[in-house]
Design a protein around this ligand. Structure first.
Ligand SMILES: Nc1ccn([C@@H]2O[C@H](COP(=O)(O)OP(=O)(O)OP(=O)(O)O)[C@@H](O)[C@H]2O)c(=O)n1
Ligand SMILES: Nc1nc2c(ncn2[C@@H]2O[C@H](COP(=O)(O)OP(=O)(O)O)[C@@H](O)[C@H]2O)c(=O)[nH]1
Length: 226
């Protein structure tokens, strides 16, 4: 039976999860699932989960574990025969345990990026709220300043990307992520990458994934050979 490749990416705000996920999805054909994107979609569509999530996000809080877990596991159900990459989920240990009861990840990527770099990147991050498309005035600027490349609609800066909010977000991330990272370390599937430039980190992630997917394909082939 074909074996599907299941991965997650973790890292503080601004560490490049979205940027790297886009490259992984393009290069390896993994289905990309961003929990933040699903939440924003739910909020825009006024779904039950969206209405509930909004009250937490507006206060800078995490959406409760049962809501996130229900939302993400139901998205994953629809992808039961697909390789996937998760971004933003699991965020807490309870979410990681709930995920692990249903799907065992093959690989977790953790990004370690210095604080000064995060601060610079986020102060330059502009987003198209409806699609979640992300720009950076230095790294990947839009074709027309302040406008989304696809729709031409205005780009915005998120309040919590401002330097004043960043320190608290970062501290919170570290606190909540530590037990999740420890869990994946103990399972032997955690791979950490450090640096200040996505373009320098990417070749290492690319070769790690190429190797893993190659091994997986070989294992699947051997298990089929009588
Ligand atoms: N498992 C998750 C994922 C997201 N959120 C909520 O959804 C918001 C937006 O999530 P996301 O798009 O992943 O962005 P952030 O984590 O805020 O930041 P970044 O993209 O910069 O990492 C979060 O701030 C948080 O309030 C949550 O509560 N639980
Ligand atoms: N200058 C610079 N900006 C980057 C680099 N990698 C990503 N970015 C930008 O930094 C911001 C944060 O990246 P993003 O992928 O959204 O990070 P996430 O919050 O972890 O998902 C975005 O504006 C990206 O375009 C990099 O190597 N250099």
């Amino acid at each position: 039976m074909a074996k599907f490749f299941r991965a997650a990416i973790m890292g503080p705000p601004g560490s490049g999860k979205g940027t790297i996920s886009k490259r992984i999805a393009q290069s390896f054909g993994l289905q990309y699932l961003s929990s933040g994107h699903f939440l924003r979609e739910g909020i825009a569509a006024n779904t039950e989960a969206g209405v509930m999530a909004k009250t937490y996000i507006e206060r800078g809080m995490l959406v409760p574990d049962p809501v996130m877990t229900r939302l993400m596991l139901s998205k994953l159900e629809q992808l039961s025969s697909h390789s996937f990459l998760l971004d933003g989920f699991p965020r807490t240990l309870a979410q990681a345990q709930a995920l692990n009861n249903r799907y065992q990840l093959d690989l977790v990527i953790s990004l370690n990026i210095p604080y000064e770099t995060l601060k610079e990147r986020l102060s330059d991050r502009w987003i198209h709220p409806r699609s979640g498309r992300v720009y950076n005035m230095g790294f990947n600027p839009p074709q027309v300043e302040g406008k989304d490349d696809v729709t031409g609609e205005p780009l915005i800066q998120q309040d919590d990307d401002k330097p004043e909010a960043l320190m608290a977000r970062l501290r919170h991330y570290k606190e909540v992520a530590k037990p999740v990272i420890d869990l994946y370390k103990s399972l032997g599937i955690l791979h950490s990458f450090s640096g200040t430039e996505t373009d320098r980190i990417w070749p290492y992630i690319n070769s790690l994934l190429s190797n893993k997917m190659h091994t997986l394909a070989q294992d699947a082939h051997q298990s089929q050979t009588p």
